[in-house]
Each structure stands twice: as C-alpha cells, then as structure tokens.
Design a protein around this ligand. Structure first.
Ligand code: ADP
Ligand code: MG
Length: 349
C-alpha cells in the first residue's frame, strides 16, 4: 500500500516535470526533436555524393534505413547497374518491372507530356552519343543526332500496369531516369522518416535537397542556392520547411572542347545540350519527384516558357531562375523567403 502510493507520487512528479507548462524553463517549439538523437551519414550513390541528417529518438535507425533505401532504389533505377529494372528494360526493350519503377516511368511520361517534351525520359541514346554515361566524351555529328532523335519520344514507351510490364515500340529506344530518380528518392526518404516518427530531417542527394519539417530548434531550414556561374559563391538563400529544393545547372556535369562547354541537360528537340539562356533553375516544391523533373524541364525551356509554365502551375511549385547574363529572378510565392545576394526580380502571376 505504502509502496504503491510512493510509486504513484514518483510517477506524478515525473509527469509534472515533463509537462512544459509546469517546467521552470520553457523550451522553444520543436526543441523535443533536437533534445533526442541526431545522426548523419555520407555516402556515394546514384553517381553522386549524398548526405543525410536526422533528428529524433530514432535518428540512428532512420539514417541507416535511409542509406539502405537509397541503395535499393539505385538498384532499381540505375542505367549503370546491369540487373536494374531500367538496364534490363533498355537491353530487352520489354521487361517486367517493380511497382515503383512502373510508377516512376508513368510519372516521367506524365511530366514529359505536361512540359511539351522538355522533360524526356527516352533521352538515353543521346546521353550515350555524347559519352556522358561512360565518360568517353565526344561531339556527335548532326546526322547521328538526327537519326537518334527519331526514337527519342515518350510515346515510344508502353506501360501495362496490369501485367507490370513496360515495353518500347522501337528497338532504338532507351530510357534514363537520371533527371527524376533522385527527386523520387528524396521524397521516399521523407515518408520513411515519418514512419520512424521523425519530425525533422534533411537529405542532400547531389544537390537535390529535401527537408522534413523545420530545423530541430523550430526555425525554418536555410538552404543556400549556388551561384550558377559555378564560382563557389551563393546566389542567395531560401528559407523553407517540408519541401524539396532542387537545382539543375549547366555547371554541374560537363566537358569542354575548343572552349565550348557541353553539359548534361539535353534539349530533346535538337539533341544538343540545352542553350536556353538559363544557367541554373531551382525548383521549390513539397513534391520532390516533381521538383527534380521540373528543374531539368524548365532549364531546357528557357526563362520565358518557364515563367509561362509556372503561371499555369503556381500552386505546385516555386522557382529561382539564374540566366546566363547573371540576372536572378524568383516566383512570387517565395518572394518573402528568398534573400538574394544581388538584385532579384520577382515573377508575378
Ligand atoms: P543532376 O542529375 O545533375 O542533378 P538533372 O536533375 O537536371 O541534374 O538531371 C540531368 C540528368 O537527367 C542527365 O544526367 C540525364 O540523365 C537526364 N536528362 C538529360 N536531359 C534530359 C531531358 N531533357 N529530360 C529528361 N532527362 C534528361
Ligand atoms: Mg532534375
């Protein structure tokens, strides 16, 4: 009896101390996540460096699970892993694929149609012609590109979700999810973190950044946007929560010949690296998959078409455009959250 009372008092005291209302020192909102654990991982996957930072009781477990998830998705989507869904499909031209591969191919096709082909998942034969996958860079002839372009077309892809098979209507067609797979992966990692009960985390998959919630101290994440001149400075800083911040630029992967830069974002109209007047496009969206695909697509479109596209889809994303002439502009949805390091124009609806 006495024991029970003693135990009850102990429990009562512990609960009182835990309750912030009774606590002598008030904690800032969100502090609970930071008081628990913090874990970080760095790894190389999907052809790029990645980092993961997690906060919360299950920070370590969630970070390990995230690393495993990245490897699992890489082994489905990578063109360079011989038995991946995509590598097998590209080789056989018809293959049974996993539900996630089917989902990502269908999403790629939908975004391709919505962007009028600026995002083009069948771009792979062009990537090969330029030597990007192998690193044996070369400049293909116009003839060669013209022939390849006949089969660079999203309508060459047939998906049959009922049987789980994907096929191509041409033996020359091959797909490359390099412009969307990292965004799908970062989005998937946010779901995974929620399953582990986390409320705060950040991943950077080779420049594809996605954050869960706010920082553990309750403030918004501050994400630096690299200057597209590639000189190592920042064009500005965006404050954000629960969103992806994905940048595509001509300074990320390229080779040079006779003083000309040939980069890895190809214009599916011409087969050449896109020269649209844009040097960097950053997409901010709660949808990581969309953000990745649109960063590539809007880079190809150029600023005028990108602005038009944004006006039609302003409820889905915001953007930061850096032109080759150095001009910097942001869509009005992030006007108050972006601090530019130089004069910034605001794109309005
Ligand atoms: P990064 O992969 O460097 O973050 P992007 O997200 O812009 O940059 O993706 C570029 C990759 O997307 C290329 O390496 C290639 O795999 C693929 N790609 C290139 N051009 C296109 C295009 N027009 N549409 C879809 N994917 C493309
Ligand atoms: Mg992309």
């Amino acid at each position: 009896m006495i024991r029970k009372t003693f135990a009850a008092i102990l429990v009562f005291t512990a609960v009182s101390l835990l309750c912030s209302g009774c606590s002598p020192v008030k904690e800032p909102a969100g502090a609970h996540a930071g008081n628990a654990g913090e874990a970080s991982r760095e790894l190389f996957a999907m052809d790029t460096f990645m980092s993961i930072v997690t906060y919360g009781d299950a920070a370590e477990e969630a970070a390990d699970a995230a690393a495993g998830e990245i490897a699992r998705l890489d082994s489905l989507f990578s063109v360079g892993i011989a038995d991946s869904d995509i590598a097998v499909l590209n080789c056989e031209k018809k293959a049974a694929v996993s539900g996630e591969t089917m989902e990502l191919i269908e999403r790629s096709a939908a975004i391709s149609r919505s962007t009028d082909g600026a995002f083009e998942p069948t771009v792979y034969p062009l990537m090969e012609a330029w030597g990007f996958p192998s690193g044996n860079y070369r400049i293909p002839s116009d003839d060669e590109l013209e022939k390849l372009l006949e089969n660079v077309d999203v309508s060459r892809i047939r998906t049959d979700p009922a049987s789980g098979t994907v096929s191509f209507t041409s033996a020359q067609t091959a797909i490359d999810l390099g412009g969307i797979a990292k965004g799908y992966t970062s989005a998937r990692l946010m779901d995974l973190f929620r399953e582990y009960g986390l409320v705060s985390a950040k991943v950077s998959l080779g420049g594809n950044i996605q954050v869960l919630g706010k920082k553990p101290d309750g403030t918004r994440w501050k994400i630096g946007i690299e200057d597209a001149s590639g000189n190592g400075t920042l064009a500005g800083v965006i404050e954000t929560e629960d969103s992806a911040v994905v940048t595509s630029g001509d300074y990320e992967r390229y080779f040079e010949e006779n003083g000309v830069r040939y980069h890895h974002i190809l214009d599916p109209e011409t087969g050449y690296p896109a020269r649209s007047g844009l040097a960097g496009v950053t997409i901010i969206s709660s949808d990581g998959t969309l953000a990745d695909a649109l960063s590539t697509a809007l880079f190809v479109m150029g600023s005028e078409k990108a602005e038009e596209y944004w006006r039609e889809h302003a409820d889905e994303f915001d953007m930061i455009l850096q032109k080759t002439d150095g001009t910097l502009s942001v869509s009005e949805g992030i006007e108050d959250r972006f601090t530019g390091n130089r004069e910034t124009q605001v794109i309005r609806r």
